[in-house]
Design a protein around this ligand. Structure first.
Ligand SMILES: [Zn+2]
Ligand SMILES: [Zn+2]
Length: 542
């Protein structure tokens, strides 16, 4: 008799554990596995993830790394934003490095996610579906690599060699958009075993994995040059992690759904957390609370990894995860804006999440998005297709009685930032009508992208902004010249907060950007790292 409900789920999980998670290859047989002890303790999702991570380190499951396409004509080594230096800015060319952040995936993880996603989206058997949704939580397994010029050239050459074979099935228009986004990546076979003799590219870096907290583990990674990622594997990955278009909402619906959650009272506080080079903002009123990004310090240099040092921001994380939001808004899906959610309380996935479409996000982000979609909690604002020249826009406004007003914008892709997802992020403008205070929270949307989204409204320079959460961690490539307009009087504000580690070696914040901010905010330009005493955030009290 076919099993159903809980029993069916646990039998499938058992089957995965025995045939995929803990196989003994030399003794493997195809005979049907029968479980004898009914009270055999089930492995939790957390324990399974730990085992999968361990297996990845031991080489017990074939592993692939998803690396962004380096084949563009513009070398990242010509982009001063991306460059970091071994010995300060005077270093020679051979001392320059770039930091790449990539998703890792083993076949075991792929099998696990395929099984879980299948169960979680099962339509007919509610108990089976719910059991799976309760068991699972999205996990994070990624690699941050430090790439010198020679490895950069090698990777580029390898990508050039294998490109062209990357096609995916299906022709639906929405899926086409996904395909175009996913073609920005290449999957390469890799291993943590550095003894292999084949042609290989050895990378220096660290693994970021989510367990009960975010762990960073220094590890060398070897990319195997003579192997391809089979088309079958690439298609399985694509099919499994792509979203269906049900979560994409028109602007009106997107705004109406947020409006339902926003309550009737104006905001009282906004906290920008000290979380390194990442964004995590928490806004509260008497009857609502929401995260605007829930990120984590991500792209720092591998050599900084050492025991007990502050890169983990654990005291901030402890405070962040106990917040119980009514909903979540993401500016965009980059890891430094979402990674905190992998270790937050699990009920964060019970809330509605509002974000731009993520067709071009990496696999770790898509795993999170897919889980939210299967739970019916994902609302995505449309983004223009890659090749269009669509303008940024006001997605919509929401009035809180006659007291306050929210405006949500989507930025337009501009040339000062190469990342589409940064430019096409969601900006929140909040205006308290009674107190006449305006707060602007920009994610990684640069000033030019924002101005283009405003179209007929006054520009950034010409708008009274009392509190600013500065875009893109104070990056250089934000067209920060547009902070003021030489033909107009300067509109002074109260405070500008930059979410970054305050580290000149990585140009966060960029000094030119900071100086320009000081023209409007005077001495009150502050990084989250400067939070005083034991504070883990900089608070805006409204
Ligand atoms: Zn960012
Ligand atoms: Zn970003």
């Amino acid at each position: 008799m076919n099993k159903i409900g809980k029993e069916k789920f646990y039998q499938e999980l058992d089957n995965f554990l025995v045939t995929k998670l803990r196989p003994i290859p030399e003794h493997r047989s195809e005979c049907n596995y029968v479980r004898f002890e009914d009270n055999f303790p089930q492995l939790t999702n957390h324990e399974i993830c730990q085992q999968m991570f361990w297996n990845a380190f031991k080489g017990y499951s074939k592993m692939y790394i998803q690396i962004g396409c380096l084949r563009d004509d513009n070398s990242l080594f010509n982009d001063s934003e991306k460059i970091m230096y071994e010995k300060g800015a005077e270093a020679g060319d051979d001392e320059k490095v770039i930091i790449l952040q990539c998703s890792l995936l083993t076949l075991q993880m792929l099998d696990y996610d395929i099984m879980m996603f299948g169960a979680m989206s099962e339509g007919g058997d509610e108990e089976y579906r719910n059991t799976a949704q309760k068991h699972y939580r999205p996990y994070l397994f990624s690699y941050v690599a430090e790439i010198d010029k020679s490895n950069y050239e090698k990777l580029k050459e390898l990508q050039n060699k294998i490109v062209g074979s990357q096609t995916y099935s299906s022709s639906d228009e929405y899926v086409e958009n996904y395909k175009n986004g996913q073609l920005q990546y290449q999957w390469l076979p890799c291993t943590f075993n550095s003894d292999i003799n084949e042609n290989s590219i050895k990378l220096d870096g660290y693994v970021v994995q989510s367990a009960s907290r975010i762990e960073k583990i220094k590890a060398n990674l070897t990319i195997i040059e003579d192997e391809n990622t089979p088309k079958k594997v690439r298609n399985r990955i694509f099919e499994n992690y792509k979203l269906d278009k049900s979560s994409c909402k028109d602007d009106k619906t997107f705004i109406e759904e947020i409006e339902k959650k926003l309550g009737n009272t104006p905001l009282s506080t906004i906290d920008a957390y000290k979380i390194g080079n990442g964004n995590c903002v928490f806004a509260q009123s008497n009857d609502t609370r929401f995260f605007y990004d829930i990120g984590f310090n991500y792209k720092h240099r591998p050599k900084k990894i050492s025991h007990g040092s502050s890169y983990n921001y654990s005291s901030s994380m402890q405070k962040i995860v106990v917040n119980d939001p009514s909903f979540v808004i993401l500016s965009h899906w980059d890891m430094d804006h979402i990674a905190g959610s992998y270790v937050a309380r699990k009920n964060i996935f019970e809330k509605n999440w509002f974000a731009p479409d993520c067709y071009d996000a990496g696999t770790n982000a898509l795993r999170l998005a897919k889980y939210l979609q299967m739970k019916g909690n994902l609302y995505l604002a449309n983004r223009p297709p890659r090749k269009s020249n669509a303008h940024g826009r006001l997605i919509g406004k929401i009035a809180i009685q006659k007291l306050a007003i929210y405006k949500l914008y989507m930025g337009k892709k501009t040339t000062c930032d190469s990342s589409h997802s940064n430019c096409e992020g969601i900006v929140i403008e909040y205006y308290d009508k009674i107190k006449n205070i305006r707060v602007l929270m920009m994610g990684d949307v640069n000033y030019d992208s924002f101005n283009k989204a405003r179209s007929t409204e006054p520009s950034f320079a010409d708008t009274q902004i009392d509190y600013l959460i500065v875009p893109h961690h104070g990056s250089e490539h934000t067209n920060y010249q547009q902070i003021t307009d030489p033909n107009k009087p300067v509109k002074m504000g109260s405070k500008a907060i930059i979410c970054c580690t305050d580290d000149p070696n990585i140009n966060r914040p960029n000094s030119g950007h900071r100086m320009k901010l000081e023209k409007r905010f005077g001495k009150n330009v502050i990084t989250t790292e400067e939070a005083k005493n034991k504070a883990v955030s900089i608070t805006i009290s409204l």
